[in-house]
Design a protein around this ligand. Structure first.
Ligand SMILES: Cc1cc2nc3c(=O)[nH]c(=O)nc-3n(C[C@H](O)[C@H](O)[C@H](O)COP(=O)(O)OP(=O)(O)OC[C@H]3O[C@@H](n4cnc5c(N)ncnc54)[C@H](O)[C@@H]3O)c2cc1C
Length: 390
C-alpha cells in the first residue's frame, strides 16, 4: 500500500489546478446566475487532456485509470467549481467514454471516442423515469424491434445536460418485464443522436446546479439504428451497473473537492472575522470543531475512493468501496458546505462569498446519483449479508 502520488499523478493534479485556477470562483458565480453551461472551462479541460485521462490511448486518451481521473476531478472542483463540474465528467468520460470503451463496437469507438476526448462530442445519459426512480428495473421506456433497428417510446426525467449533448445514452427495455425471467434481463443500451426526430426535451426548474440543465426527455417513435445498440441486446443492465460504479467514483471526487474548497473558504474567513474582543471567530472551538469534523469525513471519503478506484483499475470488484465512498463524500460535502455557511454567518447566505452556491449544489448528492438510503441497502445486503428489506 503506497499512499504517495506518482510523478505522473502529481503532474495531473498540478495541471488540473492550473486549468481550474484560470477560472476560479467568480466564473462559476457568474454562470450560475446566468444559468449558462461552463463551455469555456470544459473545452480547456479537454484541451489539457483531462477528459481523456481514462480513455484508451488508441482513441486519443491517456490510458490511465479511475484513480488518476478521481485525482484530477478533486483538484478541478476544489479550485472553484464545486460538485457540478464532476457531473460533466459523469456525462462525458463516464457515460460516454467508459461505456463505449468497454462495450462499443470498434467502428463506434473509432468514430466517437476521439471526439469525446477533444470535446467535440458531448454526452448525456437517460436512465431515470418518473414512475421508476431508484427502482431502475421498473423502467418503461421501450424499444420495439423494427426492421434491423428499433422504435423508441417513453419518457425520462432529470437528465443532465441534454441541450448541450450531441449523443444520449438511453437505457430502455427491449423485452417487456412480464416476458423476462429476471428483472435485470431484457434491458438494452442505445447511443443515439440528441437531435433525432421524435426526441424532445424540456427544462425542469430546480434548486441548484444552475449551470447544468436538467430535462424531461420524451421519445415519440424515435428511430434507432442497428449500430446504435451498445454492447449486447437485453444485457444492458449488467453493462450499465459496471458504468454506474465508475460514476460513483467521479461523484465522490467532486464532493471531496467541494468539501476541501468550502473548508478552505471557511477557515480563511474565520481567521479574519472579528466579532467580540480582538479574537477572530476562528479561535473558537465552536467554529473549529465542525470544520475539523467535515475535514475528517472528506479525507476518509478520499481514501476510500482511491481504494475503489485502485481496485477498479486492477480489474477487481470495487462496488462496495465505490458506494461507501460516495455515501461518506455526500455527507462530508453537505457538512462542509453547511458548516462553511455557519462560519460565514449572514455572509454565507450572500452571493458574494460563494458558499450558498456550493451548499445548494452539494445537497443534491445526498440522494443522487444514488441515494444514501440505497447505498445503505446495498451495504446491508452485500457486505453484511442481511435480507433485502424492500
Ligand atoms: C439535478 C439532478 C440531476 C440528475 N441527473 C440524472 C441524469 O443525468 N441521468 C439520469 O438518469 N438520472 C439523473 N438524475 C436522477 C437521480 O439519479 C435520481 O433523482 C435518484 O436516483 C433518486 O431517484 P428519485 O429522485 O426518483 O427518488 P425516489 O426513488 O423516488 O426516492 C425518494 C426517496 O425514497 C428513498 N427510497 C426509495 N426506495 C427506498 C428503499 N427501498 N429503501 C430506503 N429508501 C428508499 C430514496 O432514498 C429517496 O430518499 C438526476 C437527478 C437530479 C435531481
Amino acid at each position: 500500500m503506497d499512499f504517495n502520488y506518482s510523478d505522473e499523478q502529481t503532474m495531473l493534479i498540478q495541471t488540473a489546478r492550473q486549468v481550474g485556477g484560470k477560472y476560479g470562483l467568480d466564473y462559476w458565480r457568474e454562470l450560475d446566475a446566468k444559468k449558462e453551461f461552463p463551455a469555456a472551462i470544459w473545452q480547456d479541460i479537454c484541451d489539457a487532456g483531462l477528459c481523456g485521462i481514462a480513455i484508451p490511448e488508441e482513441y486519443g486518451g491517456s490510458g490511465l485509470g479511475m484513480a488518476e481521473l478521481a485525482m484530477a476531478i478533486e483538484a478541478l472542483c476544489a479550485t472553484g467549481a464545486g460538485s457540478t463540474l464532476s457531473q460533466i465528467f459523469m456525462c462525458n468520460p463516464i457515460f460516454g467514454g467508459i461505456t463505449l470503451a468497454k462495450y462499443g463496437s470498434p467502428e463506434v469507438k473509432r468514430a466517437l471516442l476521439p471526439q469525446l476526448v477533444s470535446g467535440k462530442a458531448r454526452f448525456a445519459m437517460a436512465l431515470t423515469e418518473p414512475d421508476a426512480g431508484s427502482n431502475s428495473l421498473a423502467l418503461k421506456t421501450f424499444a420495439r424491434a423494427e426492421g434491423n433497428g428499433w422504435r423508441l417510446n417513453g419518457q425520462k426525467i432529470w437528465i443532465t445536460c441534454v441541450p448541450q449533448a450531441t449523443k444520449l445514452l438511453v437505457v430502455a427495455r427491449t423485452r417487456k418485464l412480464e416476458d423476462v425471467k429476471r428483472k435485470t434481463d431484457g434491458i438494452s443500451l442505445f447511443m443515439i443522436d440528441v437531435d433525432r426526430a421524435g426526441l424532445t426535451h424540456t427544462a425542469i426548474e430546480k434548486a441548484g446546479t444552475n449551470t447544468l440543465p436538467s430535462s424531461l426527455v420524451f421519445f415519440d417513435d424515435v428511430r434507432v439504428e442497428a449500430e446504435e445498440l451498445v454492447g449486447e441486446l437485453d444485457r444492458g443492465f449488467h453493462q450499465l451497473l459496471d458504468t454506474l460504479n465508475t460514476e460513483r467514483i467521479v461523484t465522490t471526487a467532486g464532493l471531496v473537492g467541494t468539501a476541501e474548497l468550502a473548508i478552505r473558504l471557511a477557515v480563511n474567513y474565520a481567521r479574519e472575522r472579528k466579532v467580540f474582543a480582538n479574537a477572530p471567530i476562528g479561535s473558537y472551538q465552536a467554529i473549529q470543531f465542525p470544520l475539523a469534523e467535515a475535514h475528517i469525513k472528506a479525507e476518509c471519503a478520499r481514501v476510500m475512493n482511491y481504494k475503489a478506484a485502485t481496485l477498479h483499475d486492477l480489474g477487481k470488484p470495487y462496488g462496495s468501496e465505490a458506494n461507501m465512498a460516495k455515501w461518506l463524500a455526500g455527507q462530508a460535502a453537505a457538512l462542509a458546505t453547511d458548516r462553511a455557511m455557519q462560519t460565514h454567518g449572514g455572509m454565507g447566505f450572500s452571493k458574494e462569498y460563494h458558499i450558498e452556491r456550493l451548499w445548494r449544489d452539494a445537497r443534491l448528492f445526498k440522494f443522487a446519483p444514488v441515494s444514501e438510503e440505497m447505498v445503505l441497502n446495498y451495504v446491508a445486503q452485500h457486505d453484511l449479508g442481511m435480507p433485502r428489506s424492500y
